[in-house]
Design a protein. Structure first.
Length: 257
């Protein structure tokens, strides 16, 4: 993903800063699905507490009640269904049922690449792209601003986190089965008479002068007027106002006193 021409941003708190207008339809609650682990509490004489995982066919099996369809129901709807079956069976007078989710597994987003905490994130509520990035601790220093969202159907959609943060692009809602990938930001290299020699990411529109400043500026022995640029196998005198390109190498030479 070296073609990303942008830079990574510290995104750990951005989720709260970006309006989630992008995407949120009316939220009726988390819809249970296969492999979610739940706890069903039945209160009343002869009641019980059962921890169970929803089967691949979307059902659970409970004492007294038997098979109950759980998939595509909220915890409240499932509790009501269990309560109705208990009433119809006459097993418990005035039963009270509570359902809690112990582990989210059916509705998740996979997070890959240059994030601080990549992995599988449950969609326990409506989540936008920026909120997801915040949940996983933001991008690494090496992460690119442009991230890809691969939808469950295979479509790939690129989004700029910076443009979203600036309000120039709407935030986007994530759906179960989506995968979010952040590649490595383009970099430049700088050495010689510079404050901090090393490798740095390229910010959008970064000039050679800005690249020098990002690396701490020339030392007392160095000079902005003595910068050599190595680009694609060519040696050039650096134009301080020129744009830095991926994999550029800058060498700051000693000044002549």
């Amino acid at each position: 993903m070296k073609g990303f021409v942008s830079f990574a941003v510290a995104f750990a708190s951005l989720g709260a800063a970006v309006p989630p207008a992008a995407a949120q339809s009316v939220w009726s609650g988390y819809q249970l699905g296969a492999e979610d682990q739940i706890e069903v509490q039945i209160f009343g004489q002869g009641g019980s507490t059962v921890k169970t995982r929803i089967k691949s066919d979307g059902s659970i099996t409970l004492p007294l009640v038997g098979r109950v369809e759980a998939s595509n129901r909220t915890t409240q709807a499932l509790a009501s269904a269990v309560q109705e079956q208990l009433k119809r069976g006459g097993y418990i007078n005035n039963p009270i049922v509570n359902v809690e989710i112990l582990e989210y597994a059916s509705r998740t987003v996979t997070v890959l690449g240059e994030f601080n905490r990549p992995g599988i994130v449950p969609l326990d509520r409506p989540v936008t792209l920026t909120e997801l990035v915040a949940r996983v601790g933001g991008l690494k220093e090496s992460g690119a601003d442009i991230v890809e969202v691969r939808r469950a159907g295979g479509k790939i959609e690129p989004y700029s986190l910076i443009l979203i943060a600036r309000g120039r692009t709407p935030d986007v809602a994530l759906q179960p089965g989506d995968a979010v990938f952040a590649g490595t930001a383009p970099q430049y290299y700088i050495y010689g008479q510079i404050g901090n020699a090393g490798t740095f990411r390229i910010a959008p529109g970064m000039t050679v002068r800005q690249a020098l400043a990002r690396a701490g500026g020339p030392t007392l022995s160095g000079s902005e007027r003595k910068v050599t640029l190595y680009r694609a196998g060519r040696e050039l005198d650096a134009d301080l106002a020129g744009l830095v390109q991926p994999d550029d190498v800058l060498f700051v030479r000693e000044r002549i006193f």
